[in-house]
Design a protein around this ligand. Sequence first.
Ligand code: ADP
Length: 483
Amino acid sequence: TRLSGSGLLRTQGLIGGRWTDAYDGKTIKVYNPATGDVIAEVPCMSKRETNDAICSAYDTFSSWSKLTANERSRCLRKWYDLLIAHKEELAQLITLEQGKPLKEAVGEVSYGASFIEFFAEEAKRVYGDIIPATLSDRRLFVIKQPVGVVGAITPWNFPLAMITRKVGPALACGCTVVIKPSELTPLTALAAAELSLQAGIPPGVVNVVMGNASDIGDVLLESSQVRKITFTGSTSVGKKLMAGSAGTVKKVSLELGGNAPCIVFDDADLDVAVKGSIAAKFRNSGQTCVCANRIIVQEGIYDKFANAFARAVQNLKVGDGFTEGVAQGPLINESAVQKVESFIQDAISKGAKVVLGGRRHSLGMTFYEPTVISNVNREMLLSREEVFGPVAPILRFKTEEEAIRMANDTNAGLAAYIFTTNVQRSWRVSEALEYGLVGVNEGIISTEVAPFGGVKQSGLGREGSKYGMDEYLEIKYVCLGNM
Ligand code: ADP
């Protein structure tokens, strides 16, 4: 394959610094979604391997957490440098196993690596407090300490970035990790783990297991040595993990599904609104939890916007992510396409109109035509649930109050977008939206320096930024008495 010479194509799990097969020799195949070709086979691990990975993370915690912040910071910085030095190979791996256009994959490597750089710096800033005492012979202190072993379960849509934004802060704080990447995209995770070893991060700090997701999950949940579960993925699995963490009262961070509204007001700059909503909707072929899921347009600009939007969608080139100029890769697998089809069927049966697309693409496989659907209403699955595909449903509203009501009419609360040139409105609406992130006149807002996370059923906790560190720290109060 294109990657055989790079040294980054690892096809075993990583336990205690050793590249390891499944103990029973079982494997799972990893496919290129654009061609259906088998790229590699990786171990199908289960309970025993997960136990061993936890033990190695637990054993290593005592030494890793006792290093100075500077020592951990230097390791992370080196890891960042290596991720950047291998940007092209990592991007190729991402496109190969995930399907996104190579240009987006290169962007993901920069974005993913940026979390390691940022948290290498934050490692040095885990400050405590000195609290004025209520009794004169006492001194009160607050210190922050790493939570311990972290289980990190990640999805396929950002095979690198969803790992680095968990593992970066975890390692910076002094935690050790057991990563379970998606079985659909394990190769990028393994390449990143290989680079962590090359960076001098001690064996056992970063462990990677994959295979039987629910068995691996159960072992992570049941272990009293695992003190924290951090997860990005579907809301239903997130709820299971939260419930399963109760038995050992683990800390939990969850980044779950969204149902992002993208509100275009009459006073929006049309070009900015079209460009921003295309970016928010069609990035990664619509397969991100912050993708615009409902485009809610005010009646005065509706026709102009819908026409300009549809024209822009028509220009999105569909194809293999390795082909120059392609903006839309394949969907991750057949069930993703079937979900899109069922949502569109449901909408049509309830009166929606297909403006553009609405079919599988002539390229076959899991390619789907970029789609625009109008006459969408709140009864349709398209406006109630995340479609996770290249489908843009357009809804109509009259007043600002109505737009806010429609936007908040969901159990999800991750990202929202608004397009308006009225400053007062932008603040008013941003404050009224029950969402963790709001993009104003901008469709791509994620960055390592800002907090990412949801409210309502979109999750718990924040990733990135200084707040991302708190998820991996415990606060300890120390009282010095009888002074
Ligand atoms: P998606 O629809 O994005 O694949 P999932 O929630 O199914 O979302 O998957 C996200 C991650 O959760 C993947 O790594 C998957 O293997 C893992 N996963 C799925 N089911 C379980 C489970 N029961 N326990 C632990 N992890 C799971």
